[in-house]
Unconditional design. Structure first.
Length: 421
């Protein structure tokens, strides 16, 4: 009987079982990487295409490799230790180091959350809807989703929302780019000492490999209950998410390079302006898809970024945290989440629109400048045999993470010099 059942197990049954197992762990890596394409990220990619055409596309290849290595490290630490990144920093380096990390990254995160609601306001403004309606309504929707939801249903909603990003490849095809030139400049680096080029370059890295992502990814791996038994599939989730997010970034740069840059109008101050600029150059449908992607990105990111910050602070201070807990079980976690959303939404309503562009772009640059601090902590933690055992980093993983850290430190110093000089 057992032998007969075994014979009936075709390759299809095996693949089906693997697919169901993968879908069971799908989420943390895919969502984290896609939320990375938030309004700040879309603006930065749009700026790269609008100002420099396809010449910055080459950066996406090393950025994607670095992103996969860093994200995999965070997910692996969560699966092996069963603890979030802030938890590990507090336990291994003490409360003082944790407090400094929380303070600096918390301020940067708040700037990013403001950028998300500014992106929502700008996107809905393209449809003639005032920010005084869309920002409070958007804040209420994302607050209710997290505070009233539970991890599994919330995760499914976020995965579906992440699929809307595929509007950008369609938008890029309507822009009718020079694909030969785009592919050539993807694989052949173009170097420039132009301060604006360096600013966008730091912003590109900072918006793609952000500090908050590591805290959120590790915390969500822990909350989902992923352990070493399921880690192979979790790694696949992380890698797939990293590749998809940078493929989307590629198409955003291409869309703006093929239209805004080619027609000599490189100055855009919001991602919504990029969407509006596409209308006469690539057609109304391309512009509409770009705008829908922006609004979706804003709502998705406005839900996740405050969550990442709340995980970071509550884990660091030892408070209960997690979407699966009720408000009464984790009051500090939910109050912090509520204050971050309410405060950021209020800032968008009060800050003049012309200042919001600087808020968005420089919040991405701040991400890039703060990233080395987080990477150093991660490298120290993941190479401790006492914590990771056989799952500690291999030499090539350390090499890529170290190169990323050194490059970001050098670019940060160059960026500061070009701004001061």
């Amino acid at each position: 009987m057992i032998q007969a059942a075994a014979r009936r197990r075709t390759p299809f049954h095996f693949l089906s079982a693997r697919l169901f197992a993968f879908l069971a762990v799908l989420g943390p890596g895919f969502i984290t990487a896609n939320v990375d394409n938030d309004p700040g990220g879309i603006l930065t990619y749009s700026q790269a295409g609008a100002q420099f055409g396809y010449t910055l596309l080459w950066t996406l290849i090393p950025i994607t490799i670095a992103l996969m290595v860093v994200q995999e490290m965070a997910a692996r630490m969560g699966a092996v230790t069963g603890k979030g990144l802030s938890d590990l920093i507090r336990e291994e380096f003490g409360l003082r180091a944790t407090f400094f990390t929380m303070l600096v990254l918390g301020l940067a995160d708040f700037g990013n959350i403001i950028a998300e609601f500014a992106g929502l306001a700008a996107g809905m403004n393209l449809f003639g809807v005032s920010k005084h309606l869309t920002v409070p309504l958007g804040a209420f929707i994302v607050w209710g989703l997290i505070v009233r939801g539970r991890y599994r249903p919330v995760e499914r909603i976020l995965i579906v929302a992440s699929l809307v990003y595929f509007a950008y490849p369609v938008s890029a095809f309507f822009a009718k780019p020079d694909w030969n030139l785009a592919l050539k400049q993807t694989f052949i680096p173009t170097i420039s000492s132009n301060p604006a080029y360096l600013t966008v370059l730091v912003g590109l890295i900072g918006t793609t490999i952000t500090p908050w992502m590591q805290f959120y990814l590790q915390a969500s791996v822990v909350e989902k209950g992923v352990d070493t038994r399921h880690y192979g599939l979790c790694r696949l989730d992380v890698i797939a998410g990293c590749i998809i997010t940078d493929v989307i970034a590629f198409f955003i740069v291409v869309a703006c390079g093929a239209t805004i840059f080619r027609h000599g109008h490189p100055e855009i101050s919001t991602a919504a302006e990029a969407a509006a600029a596409l209308r006469p150059l690539a057609g109304r449908f391309a512009s509409l898809l770009f705008a829908i992607g922006l609004i979706n990105a804003a709502l998705l990111s406005a839900a996740i970024l405050p969550l990442a910050t709340s995980y970071n602070i509550c884990e660091g201070l030892g408070f209960e945290s997690g979407v699966d807990r009720r408000f009464s079980e984790a009051p500090i976690f939910y109050w912090l989440y509520s204050l971050l959303i309410g405060g950021a939404a209020a800032c968008v309503l009060l800050i003049p629109d012309d200042l919001q562009f600087k808020f968005i772009l420089y919040s991405q640059v701040a991400n890039g400048m703060l990233l080395p601090f987080v990477l150093i902590y991660m490298l120290l933690l993941i190479n401790r045999p006492r914590l990771m055992g056989a799952f500690k980093n291999k030499r090539w993983q350390n090499a890529i993470a170290l190169i990323t850290t050194v490059v970001m430190i050098l670019l940060s110093f160059i960026f500061i010099y070009t701004q001061v000089a």
